[in-house]
Design a protein around this ligand. Structure first.
Ligand code: NAD
Length: 292
């Protein structure tokens, strides 16, 4: 190489090495997120993902003890100034309004809502009581409506747009045995997201959905009644269920809370600036989506 060219290349390589060592600006720096169900598996993993990208996060959950544990763990890792917690039942209008008021005081507003708080229940339709049906509708459909309505009110008042992410379920698209109340409530969440995407677009409010397939590890849903009922529906234990879901996925991989968090991060960040009303199935290519 001519001397000048060799010098230029060396100079360029040194500059590149310097750039690679420079800290990248965090993609959610300066943004504030509310994560409902933040004490649970997917919610806590999502909060952690956002905190790693520089966001401030308010965890909201009905379970006070689990909320304190999740909050303290994240505060130890990221600092108490960037993570807060509020006890809130998503079906309680007044508690939802109070949580948003607390966010305004502590973080000065909100940019991202992850509506994720949820339950799962399983029963054949003839054994589904009205109480069980209503519980699913209340927490999943009505709860998602209440937290996103409050987000819309705040986004409109702030006038800077925002991102709403619903953690729904692939069961909101595909029927699952002995879970009509849960599947129907999850389908309503998905359709609510579409309606809100239509309403929010003009004000720069994006609304998208992440649909997990079964996430057994880290989820408290898979520790109680739902686990027993699914185990009896499919005639196997927790390990057998995880293997069943893994085997029936196209990619033959188990879905983890961190995988759902990655989807939520995509919709929270500017990577998805041109996506609204969309559904991302994080299901390792679940076989129910295909005819085969
Ligand atoms: P999880 O039980 O670990 O977390 C859910 C959290 O929601 C819990 O901390 C719980 O206390 C909270 N919660 C429940 N009712 C509430 C209420 N009324 N108000 C406020 N908080 C409430 O479960 P997860 O697996 O992390 O589930 C998160 C979301 O993902 C749920 O909406 C669930 O339906 C959905 N999902 C989960 C799976 C899965 O297999 N784990 C699959 C598809 C969809």
């Amino acid at each position: 190489l001519p001397e000048q060219e060799a010098f230029d290349i060396e100079y360029w390589l040194l500059e590149e090495a310097k750039l690679a060592r420079m800290p990248r600006p965090k993609s959610l720096a300066g943004r504030v997120a509310l994560v409902t169900g933040g004490a649970g598996g997917i919610g806590a993993a999502t909060a952690e993902r956002f905190l790693r990208e520089g966001a401030c996060v308010m965890l909201a959950d009905i379970d006070e003890a689990a909320l304190a544990t999740a909050h303290d763990g994240l505060a130890r890792s990221f600092g108490a100034d960037v993570v807060r917690a509020v006890q809130m039942n998503v079906t309680d209008e007044a508690q939802v309004a109070t949580a948003y008021a607390q966010m305004a005081v502590e973080f000065g507003g909100i940019d991202i809502l992850v509506s994720n708080a949820g339950i799962a229940s399983s029963a054949p339709v003839e054994e589904t009581t009205l109480a069980l049906w209503n519980r699913n509708m209340d927490i999943l459909s009505t709860g998602y409506f209440l937290v996103s309505r409050e987000a819309f009110r705040t986004f409109r008042a702030q006038d800077i747009g925002g991102s709403v992410i619903f953690v729904a379920s692939k069961n909101g698209l595909a029927a699952s045995p002995n879970a009509s109340a849960y599947c129907t409530a999850k389908a309503a969440e998905i359709h609510l997201a579409r309606c809100l995407a239509l309403e929010g677009a003009e004000g720069g409010i994006r609304v998208n959905v992440v649909n997990p397939d079964a996430v057994l590890r880290g989820s408290r849903i898979w520790e109680g009644e739902w686990l027993d009922q699914r185990a009896s529906t499919y005639g196997t234990d927790k390990g057998g269920l995880e293997e069943m879901y893994r085997q029936r996925s196209l990619l033959k991989r188990s879905v983890l809370p961190e995988d759902i968090a990655e989807g939520a991060y995509f919709f929270a960040s500017d990577l998805s600036a041109k996506s609204t009303g969309n559904i991302l199935n994080v299901d390792a290519g679940n076989v129910q989506a295909f005819t085969r």
